[in-house]
Design a protein around this ligand. Structure first.
Ligand code: AMP
Ligand code: ZN
Length: 491
């Protein structure tokens, strides 16, 4: 099996990946909190882990990929439970909120053509396991009860084990966990964190426990569910790098505190999605929903983009780099994506009878690089750069600058297989833009209508341009005039 190297956030080094059991991989990724619509940042993280999952399968590993659904709310800074907040906002049962946004999340991930995980456990379905883990932590002397809540005793824990290794924080720097500010007085030390919380009377989601009617602490579900489905020690744990502290740091402490074993050997963290150079933020309007990006209905974009174009755009950056979402970047990705899909069609129609070719060495070198770069911490930008070297060759063959007789049959077949494997299986792209013949006709007709509308406006023929606008409105087709071009979308 091809050697695989991954950047391990725990050691802060790129390491050769060695699975615990030869041929098998256990991977846990922190899933979404389902109290509101999934946002593009979440999409980026889950898409990155989907490509990692797909590549591990491609390498021949049998992978058990577990991604949880957080359907127990975490406390917000204001001390209100996110799930209850969502329930109150929409006048729904908390479980209705969770169900609604879980369905929305699945639909969105399907639009981006990602695989389902092998197990998708819910926090509410694992309360018993979480209570057992709290008990184990208490039994081992790393927790204490205070007024019906149970806290992880970081000071006692640090007498026996390191704490803060993943985030690189020293104990004096360990931030007070802002999410349970209101319970500071119950804690022995500011860096202690809740593993069970006593619920107030108006709290919507609560369960019986030996300590109080309450609910598990934020970090506990992932410790309990990863242990249940992957064992005390498994291969890969992933999530966005905003989860390193406190969530993942505390997950490690809980697992060590309960099972005396560090959960994952390799910690992989994706970087954040920015927009126009700034963190996406609802409060200053610097945000766009996936749906707005599909339809183009946002001041941040001049047109709508297909989910595959957005995916291609995101894969042009390494998972550990930030991505700056810009309209220009998306337009460039759209051009690149179309060029790639067109070249693949041309490639599929090529055939040769040569047994040896002068272009073989170069093409095989690029194909080797694709595998090497993907095995070097899943370097999708380098893979895409190599794919474009091959696109240039394919276009050269099409245009007659290169001769197909200079490629041998085995080399051409290898190129076809590698490109198909990486573009469709590993990166999970689909040829969406060329579509089926009916959508091609539709695209052709729409660009004709847009041209007619433009020339009628240029000629001040308002009757024709109004008629086109009204008819398209009736058909619920929306036209958007951008800087350079006019686009259309279905409402
Ligand atoms: P949440 O639903 O907030 O628990 O987040 C689900 C996943 O999305 C976590 O792994 C987060 O780290 C990740 N995530 C949240 N915001 C962003 C962002 N702006 N860019 C990339 N990943 C993010
Ligand atoms: Zn988690």
């Amino acid at each position: 099996m091809e050697d695989l190297f991954v950047y391990n956030s725990l050691s802060r080094k790129k390491e050769k990946f060695e699975p615990i059991t030869k041929g098998f991989i256990g991977m846990y990724v922190c899933g979404p909190t389902v109290y509101s619509d999934v946002h593009l940042g979440n999409v980026r993280t889950f898409m990155s882990f989907d490509v990692i999952y797909r590549y591990l399968l491609y390498l021949g590993y049998k992978v058990r990929y577990v991604r949880n659904i957080t359907d127990v709310g975490h406390l917000t800074d204001e001390g209100e439970d996110k799930m209850s907040k969502g329930a109150k906002k929409d006048k729904l049962e908390p479980m209705e909120v969770a169900h609604k946004y879980t369905v929305g999340f699945h639909d969105m991930m399907q639009l981006f053509n990602t695989h389902s995980p092998d197990i998708e456990p819910r926090a509410t379905g694992h309360i018993i396991e979480q209570i057992e883990m709290v008990q184990q932590i208490l039994d081992n002397g790393y927790g204490y009860e205070s007024n019906g809540s149970v806290y992880f005793d970081t000071i006692n824990f640090m007498k026996d084990h390191p704490y803060g290794e993943l985030s690189g924080r020293k104990v004096d720097e360990l931030l007070v966990e802002t999410r349970d500010l209101k319970n500071q007085s119950e804690k022995r030390h500011p860096s202690d964190f809740a593993i069970w919380m006593k619920a107030s009377d108006d709290h919507l989601m609560k369960w019986n426990s030996p300590w109080s009617v309450g609910f598990p602490g934020w970090h506990l579900e992932c410790s309990a569910m990863s242990t249940k489905y992957l064992g005390k020690n498994f291969d890969i744990h992933g999530g966005g790098n905003d989860l390193k502290f406190p969530h993942h740091e505390n997950e490690i402490a809980q697992n060590v505190g309960a099972c005396k074993c560090s959960p994952a050997n390799y910690w992989l963290h994706t970087n954040m999605l920015l927009m126009n150079g700034k963190k996406m933020s609802k409060s200053d309007g610097n945000t766009i929903t996936p749906t707005q990006l599909f339809t183009g209905d946002s001041p941040h974009v001049t047109k709508g983009y297909d989910p595959m174009v957005i995916k291609f755009f995101m894969l042009m950056a390494h998972y550990s780099s930030t991505i700056d979402l810009t309209d220009d970047g998306l337009q460039a990705a759209e051009k690149g994506y179309k060029k790639l899909m067109e070249a693949i069609k041309v490639m599929d129609s090529l055939s040769t009878t040569s047994t040896a070719g002068s272009l073989d060495e170069e093409i095989n070198g690029t194909l080797d690089a694709i595998l090497k770069d993907m095995s070097d911490d899943f370097n999708t930008p380098k893979v895409i750069a190599s794919l474009f070297e091959l696109v240039a060759k394919i276009n050269g063959l099409k245009g007659g600058q290169l001769d197909i007789n200079n490629i041998s049959t085995p080399c051409l077949e290898r190129m076809k297989k590698t490109i198909h494997d990486f573009v469709f299986d590993v990166m999970g792209l689909k040829d969406e833009l060329s579509g089926d013949s009916s959508s091609k006709y539709l695209d052709g007709l729409m660009s004709l209508i847009i041209d007619i509308r433009q020339s009628s406006r240029a000629n001040k023929d308002w009757g024709t341009s109004d008629k086109i606008r009204d008819t398209l409105n009736e058909l619920e087709i929306k036209i958007k005039d951008g800087k350079d071009e006019t686009s259309w979308s279905l409402n």
